[in-house]
Ligand binder design. Structure first.
Ligand SMILES: *[C@@H]1O[C@H](CO)[C@@H](O)[C@H](O)[C@H]1NC(C)=O
Ligand SMILES: *[C@@H]1O[C@H](CO)[C@@H](O)[C@H](O)[C@H]1NC(C)=O
Ligand SMILES: CC(=O)N[C@H]1CO[C@H](CO)[C@@H](O)[C@@H]1O
Length: 310
């Protein structure tokens, strides 16, 4: 399996248009439109899919270090995410279900936006056609989510190299939505944080408050309190590692044409045996608008306030 999934980084580097070196961290982004509007779109490379073409493993399967795509920087509210329904899966701001306006997560007292850098692991997929045994709920149809607990405030579109510490089994509105707890390998604490128990030792309170955040963060919009599997207790690194491998297999079955992709865009430039592989001179890539970053729109006034939930 591992052999099949391994990507030729050398071949890929030309697609990535790397600034230097051959790591995924050097990937350029192309921005179109104003942040905090429905137009905002951030593409990766010239052009690749951050969902399918950025390798999951930074080195190989054995060292526990992965590439993370940062979607939402710490202390911010805009719900940026890898967009599955757009070709080449750029980052866009999620829209509210009812009014189709850009979605913001409220400031849940005492938090300001998201209390950690938030994003996803590329080349993973929580298969909605499968019920997860330990949660009793189906997958949420997204790449697996990451909370990155290091000191550095990240930026949207950043590729971080992160190590795995554990995982929360969030059941978000009836779907399994794992939240991996990870730390940037360059963080001063990365060397002493090796498993979930180390987090409480060095960052007391963080896990407990993270559990509460996920339970209540949708309540201000009138949604039910979320539940967390295993009585709100995060699982350890060994458990989380198995999940990453499993969601990586599910992703591979998605892009190799085995699993039904439904509305997901699976075009990619690098996945071996993928019927969705396209060439760098494809019309799909040529159709992407040129770089045209515009200044951000004004944030909603509601983001200057706190929401209190019982
Ligand atoms: C989005 O882009 C279109 C076309 O360029 C423009 O007419 C519209 O005003 C933009 N919308 C926002 C919210 O910026
Ligand atoms: C597709 O991926 C799945 C999951 O890894 C694997 O079992 C299957 O053999 C693969 N099929 C092809 C044609 O590569
Ligand atoms: C979904 C999609 O765009 N699939 C395309 C992927 O690339 C192959 C080969 O270029 C095409 O045949 C598919 O239509």
């Amino acid at each position: 399996m591992q052999r099949i999934l391994q990507l030729s980084l050398i071949g890929l580097s030309s697609l990535f248009a790397l600034a230097s070196g051959n790591s995924a961290q050097g990937i350029h982004t192309r921005q179109i439109g104003s942040p905090f509007t429905t137009n905002f779109t951030m593409y990766f490379g010239v052009i690749i899919s951050p969902f399918h073409d950025i390798p999951l493993y930074t080195h190989d399967k054995t060292d526990g270090v992965y590439n993370m795509v940062v979607e939402i920087p710490r202390w911010t509210n805009a719900k940026f995410e890898i967009n599955k329904e757009t070709a080449m899966n750029p980052i866009k701001q999620d829209l509210t279900k009812d009014t189709h306006e850009p979605r913001f997560v409220p400031n849940i007292y005492p938090f300001k936006g998201y209390p950690w850098n938030y994003g996803a692991l590329p080349q993973t997929w929580e298969d909605p056609h499968r019920i997860t045994k330990d949660t009793g709920a189906k997958g949420d149809n997204d790449p697996i989510d990451v909370i990155e607990i290091g000191d550095q405030v990240g930026h949207t579109g950043q590729i971080k190299q992160v190590k795995l510490l554990g995982v929360f089994g969030l059941i978000d509105q009836g779907e399994t939505d794992w939240k991996l707890v990870m730390i940037d390998v360059t963080d001063p604490l990365a060397k002493v944080l090796n498993d979930i128990d180390d987090v409480e030792k060095h960052k007391p309170g963080l896990l407990k408050d993270t559990a509460r955040f996920f339970q209540v963060y949708k309540m201000p919009q009138g949604k039910k309190k979320n539940t967390i599997a295993f009585n709100n207790v995060p699982q350890n690194k060994a458990y989380a590692t198995k999940l990453v491998y499993e969601t990586h297999e599910y992703w591979y079955a998605l892009v190799n044409g085995t699993s039904s992709k439904d509305s997901i865009h699976t075009e990619n430039l690098s996945v071996k045996n993928s019927p969705y592989k396209i060439s760098p001179d494809s019309a799909i890539l040529a159709a992407v608008q040129p770089n045209n970053p515009l200044p951000p729109a004004t944030l909603p006034k509601s983001l200057d306030t706190w929401s209190f939930v019982a």
